[in-house]
Each structure stands twice: as C-alpha cells, then as structure tokens.
Design a protein around this ligand. Structure first.
Ligand code: SF4
Length: 333
C-alpha cells in the first residue's frame, strides 16, 4: 500500500498551478485528496526518468496534472518513441501500452492496470485474421489501431480514425477487409467506392451507446449547439452531427472554430479535459465513460511508479510483425 503525504503547504505550493487547469471539474475537497498523489508522482517520475503518457480519455487529474505527453493512442506511442526516458508509463488501456512497446521495444513500458481492456481490441485475434485470409483470399486487411499487437502483426496495414480514408485510398484493391470496428467501417464506406468488408463482432462499447434521440434532446435543450461525433459512433449518430472526426480532429475543431456550445459525442472525460483549455467554450456533456480507461487512477499510477510494475511484455516476433503494419501506415503520404 502506498504511503502518501498529507495535503501540506509544501504539496499545495507545488500543485496550485496545476489546479487552475482542473478547478472547473474537480471540487476543492477532492483536489486535497488527489494533490498529494500528484505531488508524489511528479517527484518520482523525475527521479526514475519515467515519461507518463495520457490518452485523451483519461480523467483531468491524470491528463493535466501528471502526464508529459497527451493525445490519441498512436500519437502517444510515436512521441514516446522519441524520448530519452528509460521507462514509459502508459495511462490508457492495454492495447495502447502494447502499441507503445511495439514502437519502443528497447524501453520498459508500464501500465498501472493490465486488465484495462477495450471492446474493440478484444473482438478480434490473430487467429481470426488468419481465418479471414482463408475466407477472403487475396483481399488486403486493414486494422484500426485499437487492436492487440498480435492482431496488428497479422494484417497488411494499420490505420487510425484520422487517416483511415487515406489508408483505404492507398490500397490497390477494390475490396478491403476493414477490421475490427464495424461502425468506423460503415462511416468510411460512405467516403469510398471500394467495397469495405466489416467484422461484425467489433464495436466500441462507449460510442455505440449514443442515440439520435439523445442528440435531438440536447439540441432542443441548448440553442445553437454544435454537435461533433467520433467515427466509432454508429452511422446515424454521425449523420445527426455537424462534424465527425478523430479525437485529434475534434480538438482541432474546438481550437479553430471556438463554438459557443459544443456536444462532443465521445468519451466524457475528453470534454472535462478541454474545459480547462478553452474556458470560452461551453461543453455540454453526454456522460458515457469508458470503464476500461477509468481503471487508471492517480492512486494506482503512484503505486506503479513506486514498484516499477506491472510491465508490458510483447513477443519479439509479434513486435516485428506489428511494426511492419504500423510502418506501412506511416509510409502512406
Ligand atoms: S472508449 Fe471504446 S475504443 Fe476506447 S478503449 Fe474504451 S472501449 Fe475501447
């Protein structure tokens, strides 16, 4: 069990500047509980030469107060590979920690709760890909980055929600297997004449919960509401929205357009995290939280830094195969 300092004057002085970014979403009493953890984490990561990554869906205490690199899963892994740190601690779900290990095999990669899964990554395996190759001989296979390293190692190329169209366009085939997210596949199908074959078992358990009725209710309750949706949402949600894009695209949209009121149809913590950065924008929150992302807390991050575990291991052959799929994606201009 970690021993944490009290909320002393020393802790207060060292963390007050961080509280400014999260004060709208973390009440003062809760902050006094979290601040000692944040203080200890920020000291320990320097002493142990650890870089902390935080996905956009982490809670604001993690996202704003302890992380060194923030963003989407591939962006985090790519940036982490450039650091000189010996150890990378991933605040996100397990496939993200694996992707980080694939791009930084020589570094130690830690994740505070290895049971933090993902309904998309868990929907398909390397064996499923081998079966698909037999069922659809010669048809190229694209996988969304939300997959295990083992799945990435078996496919032809990876994609993200931000570059999926570019990757599809780059493939010299009229038929493409696009796995595992069937909703992302259907959203991409509207942007290409190629036939995209979906994996029927794959969906994000957070984004599939949104309904057109709830969007209409939000629009009725908030005049001039701008609705922006992640493409992991079902097709009808994207159609009911004003804009659709990856988490990075959604952030860019808010940064550039500065809507007065915005509904981000994605995991709820993203709105909490942007609140501190864009105080002139009102974020209307549909509160769908990812239970896997929420397994990562400042409490277990501190414990991970103290024990330097649990560590993420990926088989070296799997790393080589997954690297190829990611590298092919990065080569597409
Ligand atoms: S939000 Fe969806 S896609 Fe992201 S980790 Fe959670 S279940 Fe997976």
């Amino acid at each position: 069990m970690s021993i944490v300092p009290e909320y002393t004057q020393e802790v207060k002085d060292a963390t007050d500047h961080l509280y400014k970014l999260v004060k709208d979403v973390i009440p003062p009493m809760e902050w006094e509980v979290k601040a000692p953890y944040i203080y200890r984490i920020n000291k320990l990561k320097k002493e142990k030469n650890v870089v902390i990554l935080a996905h956009n869906y982490m809670t604001p205490d993690i996202f704003h107060c302890i992380s060194d690199i923030r963003g989407d899963s591939l962006g985090l892994a790519r940036e982490a590979a450039k650091t000189t740190a010996d150890t990378i601690l991933v605040c996100g779900v397990y496939f993200m920690a694996e992707t980080t290990k694939v791009l930084s095999p020589e570094k130690r990669v830690l994740i505070s709760d290895p049971s933090a899964g993902c309904s998309l990554a868990d929907s398909i395996t390397g064996n499923d890909i081998r079966m698909l190759r037999k069922e659809y001989p010669g048809v190229p296979i694209v996988t969304y980055v939300n997959t295990t390293a083992e799945t990435k190692a078996e496919v032809d190329i990876c994609c993200t929600s931000g570059n999926a169209k570019k990757i599809i366009d780059s493939i010299d085939s009229d038929r493409i297997l696009f796995v595992p997210d069937r909703f992302l596949c259907r959203n991409m199908q509207t942007q290409t004449d190629k036939e995209l074959i979906e994996w029927s078992k794959g969906s994000c358990e957070v984004h599939e919960l949104f309904t057109v009725d709830s969007i209409n209710e939000f629009r009725a309750a908030h005049q001039d509401l701008v609705v922006i949706a992640h493409p992991e949402c079902p097709r009808e949600i994207v159609e009911a929205s004003d804009f659709s894009g990856s988490t990075a695209d959604m952030i860019k949209f808010v940064e550039e357009r500065r809507p007065k009121k915005v509904l981000m149809v994605t995991e709820c913590s993203m709105s909490d995290n942007l609140t501190g950065l864009y105080p002139d924008v009102e974020f209307v929150r549909p509160c769908n939280l990812c239970p896997h992302m929420k397994k990562i807390t400042v409490e277990n991050v501190l414990e991970t830094l103290e024990t330097m575990s649990p560590e993420v291991f990926v088989d070296s052959e799997v790393i080589k195969g997954a690297q190829k799929s990611v590298e092919r994606m990065l080569e597409v201009k």
